[in-house]
Design a protein around this ligand. Structure first.
Ligand code: PEP
Ligand code: MN
Length: 288
């Protein structure tokens, strides 16, 4: 509850669903991934390729992002592609590569699950199940995520309002799983010069309305490599608890989302800049 400049009372989120609303857990939720706490004082950076493409691509990219200070490795083994003829991911082989890269680097792993039938399999190999933008309202999948005991990274639907987003998270919570990380990843607007419009408003708004941690994906939010570092820094300044960033050891050869994937050198510079932004707002970047 707050008061605006005209002295009219404004109540943010008073109609939000019971379990997800801020007042259900005023101290905030911290999702603990093998000791990496998401939603606490430290900002957690997850990085890696859009898709797992090969043993070498993943191992080398994982090594580089770990060296720059990422705490988690991302990489899709099951990819939601617009065209059925595009690379669909390596499936279980990709999950095996993620598990090996995790072991080699010490990074925990996040990877997407697109279907209820994949939940059990993906859960055997990764530390966080990602539910993608296109599946934010896949209600059977949300229920399955709710009964699994895996941490869930729930991305915002590209056409979803924050009400719809919070209700999607409520599905998972109400089926028994409190370990949810929200991720703003850009929404569809009339603007076409960027892939999506990263909704920075969503960060402070979600932080006011829910106790769940909120991270940001500036890679999909812009679709343009040169914009990613700026929007990553802006997200942290706006109060995000972490970032999900696409990095590829040779972006020009990436099979998926090449134009938004950072070069490892750019990611390294970004990590150093993020430390300064974090410090300016009284936080720090989590380091393993
Ligand atoms: C991804 O993280 O690679 C991805 C497909 O994200 P989104 O669901 O936000 O499009
Ligand atoms: Mn991607």
């Amino acid at each position: 509850m707050g008061t605006d400049s005209c002295n009219i009372e404004v109540t943010v989120g008073s109609n939000d669903p019971d379990l997800v609303r801020r007042s259900a857990k005023p101290e905030g939720t911290i999702v603990n991934i093998n000791g990496v706490k998401i939603g606490g004082e430290a900002i957690v950076v997850m990085a890696g390729p859009c898709a797992v493409e090969s043993e070498e691509q993943l191992a080398e990219t994982a090594r580089l992002v770990a060296a720059s200070g990422a705490s988690l490795l991302r990489g899709g083994a099951f990819k939601p592609r617009t065209s059925p003829y595009s690379f669909q991911g390596l499936g279980v082989q990709g999950l095996e590569m993620l598990a090996r890269a995790s072991k080699a680097t010490g990074l925990s792993v996040v990877s997407e699950v697109m279907d209820t039938r994949q939940v059990e399999t993906v859960a055997r190999y990764v530390d966080i199940l990602q539910i993608g933008s296109r599946n934010m309202q896949n209600f059977p999948l949300l229920k399955e995520a709710g009964i699994s005991n895996m941490p869930i990274l729930l991305k915002r639907g590209m056409m979803a309002t924050l009400d719809e987003y919070l209700n999607a998270a409520e599905y998972i919570l109400s089926h028994g799983n409190p370990n949810i990380i929200l991720c703003e990843r850009g929404i569809r607007t009339f603007e076409t010069s960027t892939r999506y419009t990263l909704d920075l408003n969503a960060i402070p708004m979600l932080k006011q309305r829910t106790h769940l941690p909120v991270i940001v994906d500036p890679s999909h939010g812009t679709g343009i490599r040169s914009l990613v570092p700026t929007m990553a820094k802006a997200s942290i300044a706006a109060g995000a608890d972490g970032l999900l960033i696409e990095v590829h050891y040779h972006p020009e050869e990436a099979l998926c989302d090449a134009s938004q994937s950072l070069f490892p050198e750019d990611f390294d510079i970004l990590m150093k800049d993020l430390e300064k932004v974090a410090e300016a707002i009284g936080r720090r970047i989590h380091k393993l």
